[in-house]
Design a protein around this ligand. Structure first.
Ligand SMILES: [Fe+2]
Length: 239
């Protein structure tokens, strides 16, 4: 617990980035070294409804990585089954695993969430999509999911809620400012990160791994709109 407390103490404030005047997609995703990026163009989606769909299934979640987490559970919407692990862990070629991915029964129970994933999320192909639950008092110890050499914004982490007292921090990068009303962030998980839910409410996020495919244009415009929105909000001191 001392390691966890120390990590959160050292990294426990939001650090705002300087936004260059002009949006440059290549710079943002590959060169900026930004640890996260708020997809604010997606802010108005029905994240509360999606939260309730996940919360209704709260007793179906499976324990996740209890080697470095406590009270951390997941439930797969799109994958091999409701408890899909990292796609590299099945001893098959990645292409073989990708071919077998499909919606699970969870998606059928969560129509609003499924509609977001098919109609709004700008990717042609979904890989693994999971609800991630962190129970009250739960935590995820500091860890790194991707080597330093693969620094880039990639996976999307959406807060369906983020109760006060639940904090996601990254080493030397501070707090990721997830909103309780729902917010989507692209993340660079080559940064060491940790989450601690010091609230009395369950926290549910959704993690999307996907391939843009033929939705590049949609993805581009979401990035562009978000960039200028975030930049304006920073000037207003709102972000
Ligand atoms: Fe992680």
């Amino acid at each position: 617990m001392q390691e966890l407390e120390q990590f959160h103490q050292n990294n426990g404030k939001v650090i705002n980035k300087q936004y260059p005047d002009l949006f440059d997609v290549q710079w943002l995703l590959e060169e900026s070294q930004w640890p996260y990026f708020h997809l604010s163009a997606l802010d108005k989606n029905p994240f509360k409804g999606m939260y309730h769909e996940a919360e209704n299934l709260i007793d179906k979640f499976h324990s996740h990585r209890d080697d470095y987490g406590h009270g951390w559970k997941s439930l797969t919407l799109h994958g091999l089954d409701e408890d899909t692990q990292s796609l590299n862990s099945y001893g098959l070629e990645r292409d073989e695993v990708l071919k077998q991915l499909d919606w699970t029964w969870v998606a059928d129970k969560c129509p609003e969430t499924k509609k977001f994933l098919t109609d709004v999320w700008p990717a042609e192909y979904l890989n693994r999509v999971r609800f991630m639950l962190l129970e009250p008092g739960g935590y995820i110890m500091p860890h790194q999911d991707r080597p330093d050499a693969e620094k880039r914004l990639s996976v999307c982490n959406i807060s369906l809620n983020n109760p006060e007292g639940c904090v996601f921090v990254m080493k030397d990068q501070g707090i990721v400012p997830f909103k309780n009303d729902g917010s989507a962030f692209l993340m660079d998980i080559s940064n060491v990160h940790s989450v601690w839910n010091r609230s009395d409410k369950p926290r549910i996020h959704m993690i999307i791994h996907s391939e843009i495919g033929r939705r590049a244009r949609d993805f581009f415009y979401i990035l562009r709109k978000s960039y200028y929105t975030n930049k304006d909000r920073l000037h207003e001191g709102l972000e």
